[in-house]
Design a protein around this ligand. Sequence first.
Ligand SMILES: Cc1cc2nc3c(=O)[nH]c(=O)nc-3n(C[C@H](O)[C@H](O)[C@H](O)COP(=O)(O)OP(=O)(O)OC[C@H]3O[C@@H](n4cnc5c(N)ncnc54)[C@H](O)[C@@H]3O)c2cc1C
Length: 307
Amino acid sequence: MGRGSAVYRRLMLALFGNRLVERLVTRFGARLASRFVAGEDRTSALLMVQRLNRIGISATLDHLGESVRSLNAAAGFREEYLRLLDGIRLQKARSTVSVKPTQMGLALDPECCLRNVRQIAERARKAGTSVCLDMEDSRYTEATLDLVRQLREEGFANVTTVLQSYLFRSEQDAARLLQEGIALRLVKGAYQEKKEIAFANSEDILLQLHKLIRLHLDSGAFVAIGSHDDRVIGEVRSYAERTGIDRSLFEFQMLYGLRMEEQAKLAGLGYQVRCYVPYGRQWYPYFTRRLAEKPGNLWLVVRNLFR
Ligand SMILES: Cc1cc2nc3c(=O)[nH]c(=O)nc-3n(C[C@H](O)[C@H](O)[C@H](O)COP(=O)(O)OP(=O)(O)OC[C@H]3O[C@@H](n4cnc5c(N)ncnc54)[C@H](O)[C@@H]3O)c2cc1C
C-alpha cells in the first residue's frame, strides 16, 4: 500500500471508529449506504440478484453483521440465512451465500458456530448452492480454516472460504487447501494487520495474489478472484488465454456498487462473474471498510446522495 493510501485508510478507520460519527452516519440512514448495500431486507436483496442474473451475473449474498455479542444473536443471523437460502431455492436464483464466521459466534463459542454453519451448509445443499466463509481479521484465520476442514470431513463439499494475499501464511495455506480440494476466493485482504504477519506494501500484496492465482489456475482447480483491480483482472485473463485454461475454471468476483459496468462487460465477454451483494440493517462496519479502501469510494457515496 502506498504511504498516501495507508494514511487515508488509517484516518478513515479512526474517524468511523468514533461512536459519535457512527451514530450520526447511522441516523442519516440507509440512503448513504445504498451505493454499496442492496437494501435492508431479504426481499430487496433477492430482487437485486434477479436483476443481476438477468444480465448474466451470478451473486453471493451476504447478510450484514459481524462479531455478535451473544449466541442468541448468532442464532438469529443463522435463521435469516436459512430463510435466505429458501428464497434462493424458490426463486431458482444463481446465487451462493457468504457468511462471516464471527456472525455465527466464532469468537464466543466455536462449537456453536460450527453447528450454525453446518445448518446453513445443509440448507444450501438443499438449494443446490454453496456457502463461502468470508475471511475476517487474522485472529480468526486458523479457526475459520478449521471450520471449513471439519465440514469438509463431514461431507460438505459446498463449503468454501477465502485467503488474503497480504498474509505471509497464505502461500502455505493455499497449497494445503488445494491438496484438500477446498475451493477458494482469493483476495488482497481488507483488515489492518501487523507488519510481523502481513505485507504492507501494495506491490508485495499484488505479487503474492498473482502467485496464489497461478498456483490454482495451473492445478486445474476452480478458483474465484475477488478484486476490482485491472492489473489482477488483466493478468488472469492473459494468463488463462496464454495457457489455454478454460473459463469454467475461474470466476471474477466484485462487490455490489463497484465497477458494475466492468462486471457486465466481463460477463458479456463470456467470463464467469459473481457480484457480492450485501444487505441488512447492520451495514455500518461494511460500509466504512469500503470508504476506507479508497477516496474514490467516498466520492461515489456523495454522488449517490444527490441523485
Ligand atoms: C467479492 C469480494 C469478496 C471479498 N471478500 C473478502 C474477505 O472475505 N476478506 C477480506 O479480508 N477481504 C475481502 N474482500 C476485500 C479485498 O480483500 C480488498 O480489500 C478489496 O477488494 C480491495 O482490493 P482490490 O484488489 O479490489 O482493489 P484495490 O487494491 O483497492 O485497488 C487497486 C486498483 O484497482 C482499481 N480499482 C479498485 N477499485 C476500483 C473501483 N471501484 N473503480 C475503478 N477502479 C478500481 C484502481 O486502479 C486501484 O488503484 C473481498 C473483495 C471482493 C471483491
